[in-house]
Write a protein that binds this ligand. Structure first.
Ligand code: GLU
Length: 469
């Protein structure tokens, strides 16, 4: 039997990091089993779906290595409405479902507000289909439903506690629970790997598989992803969109490595491992069922490690979208013709060790490409204290006299200028740095001045000096 898994997102918002984690787990499992990964877009909630969310899912999957063309699909759930209706009809005709005209108020009037679920009032009334009548599944009165779950063992549900749930609404449209089962069935899905949130649906869905006469899949409910307060990650409160991480400059390799650590760890005391090792070592039955903490700080540090491990040429290439402002990435503050690739290449190795996400490249190098530096006023106030004017005057004279404009000579020169004033190098650097780059922190100063060049450095020092008059 060929293993067939599916990833079945609903295109109702940005692509959630928890979804990306489930997608990767499905992807790896399929690969390990020589199986097939199916992508199914569950777009039946017409009010909440938008085509751009579907496109966002496809491109985000592509980004983390689940490339278009390398999986089956995408299929769209909305194309199979006929099959969903036919399955509902079959269940009705086989006596496994019945029509019900109770309103919520009717049910509550009979059972009291405390009781949850449907009381079975219409079970044996033999109602015909009709406008406003929902179709309910007749759950067995006895026995139990055992869910075989690779992550959770065998969660067992008593059938008598499962209400007669609705499978088609009053307007005849099948609900998600049924559509999801019918699609999995017709797509030959053998393993359903999805988030824990769906576990409560599972006994109901398994009853539907049984009633439709098909052997249910093996399930794997992977842990919910939570924030530092142990709250389920929410798109209103937390940064959950994979696209947001991508646009901020997380590397796809770092991201997918980190996502796979949510609830699982590779062998040994390692966390940063090549993708090939994860593909080989990952086991669904090793996934920890407890909630997995999505630690943004750790991810950031992780990404920094990945950035530092890149060959410089790859780092230069990886920065390009932030230097040019491609696609959905915020454009840099300089004009395209102000960008100088050679100057960037010269400082890239210095920047590579200092940034944790690629978007941070921009404030580190903008001084090289803007006609005038972007002055941070707080930094200016801090650096341009008493003595700054005198120091700048002396630095200008000394720099003008330099024969060779290189980092080493610049450093020795400013060191001497500072020493004459009883200032350590760090103190002497501050006004120069702010005058030239606009900031108090950044790339190593003297290398920066070397790349910026004599004329532009001196122009900026003089401009700062004028401002101090
Ligand atoms: N469309 C469902 C969701 O996005 C997935 C259901 C499933 O994986 O079975 O939550």
């Amino acid at each position: 039997m060929t293993v067939r898994v599916r990833f079945a997102p609903s295109p109702t918002g940005m692509f959630h990091v928890g979804g990306a984690r489930s997608a990767l787990q499905n992807w790896i499992f399929a690969k390990q089993q020589g199986g097939v990964f199916v992508l199914r877009i569950e777009d039946t909630d017409a009010a909440r779906n938008r085509p751009e969310w579907t496109e966002g899912i496809l491109s985000a999957l592509d980004w983390i290595g689940i490339a278009r063309g390398s999986y089956e699909g995408p299929y769209f759930q909305s194309s199979y409405a006929g099959e969903h209706r036919a399955a509902a009809q079959r269940l009705y005709e086989g006596g496994r479902a019945y029509y019900c005209d109770c309103t919520r108020e009717d049910v509550q009037a009979r059972t009291g507000p405390q009781q949850r679920g449907y009381d079975g009032f219409c079970r044996d009334r033999g109602l015909e289909p009709g406008e406003g009548r929902a179709l309910r599944f007749r759950t067995p009165d006895e026995g139990e439903t055992v869910v075989v779950d690779l992550v959770r063992g065998e969660p067992t549900f008593e059938n008598k506690l499962i209400e007669d749930f609705v499978i088609a609404r009053g307007d005849g449209s099948p609900v998600f629970l049924l559509a999801n089962v019918v699609d999995d069935m017709s797509m030959g899905i053998t393993h359903v790997i999805r988030a824990e949130e769906h576990l409560p649906n599972t006994p109901k869905q398994q009853l539907l598989w049984d009633a439709l006469g098909v052997k249910p899949p093996v399930w794997a409910h992977v842990p919910v992803v939570v924030n530092e307060k142990r709250q389920k990650l929410s798109k209103r409160r937390d940064k959950v969109a994979l696209e947001a991480y991508r646009d901020e400059g997380y590397l796809a390799d770092a991201m997918r490595n980190y996502l796979m650590l949510l609830g699982w760890a590779p062998s040994g005391d390692r966390e940063i491992v090549p993708w090939s090792v994860i593909e080989e070592e990952f086991r669904l039955d090793e996934v920890n069922p407890s909630p997995a903490f999505f630690d943004e700080k750790k991810l950031r540090a992780f990404n920094g490690d990945y950035i530092r491990a890149l060959p410089v040429a790859d780092f230069v290439e990886a920065c390009r979208p932030w230097l040019t402002g491609t696609g959905t990435i915020v454009p840099p503050p300089w004009q395209p013709d102000e960008f100088d690739p050679a100057a960037f290449a010269a400082v890239a190795p210095l920047a590579q060790t200092r940034i944790a996400v690629l978007s941070e490249i921009v404030p580190n190098v903008d001084f090289l490409f803007l006609a005038d530096p972007l002055i941070d006023e707080a930094a200016w106030a801090k650096a341009m204290k008493e003595g700054a004017a005198d120091l700048l005057d002396a630095a200008i004279v000394a720099f003008e006299a330099l024969e060779s404009w290189d980092a080493e000579s610049l450093k020795a020169t400013l060191e001497a200028v500072g020493a004459e004033r009883g200032l350590k190098l760090g103190k002497a650097q501050a006004p120069v740095r702010v005058a030239v780059t606009g900031r108090t922190v950044g790339l190593p100063l003297f290398e920066s001045l070397e790349v910026l060049g004599r004329d532009r450095t001196l122009t900026r020092l003089r401009a700062a000096r004028v401002r101090l008059v």
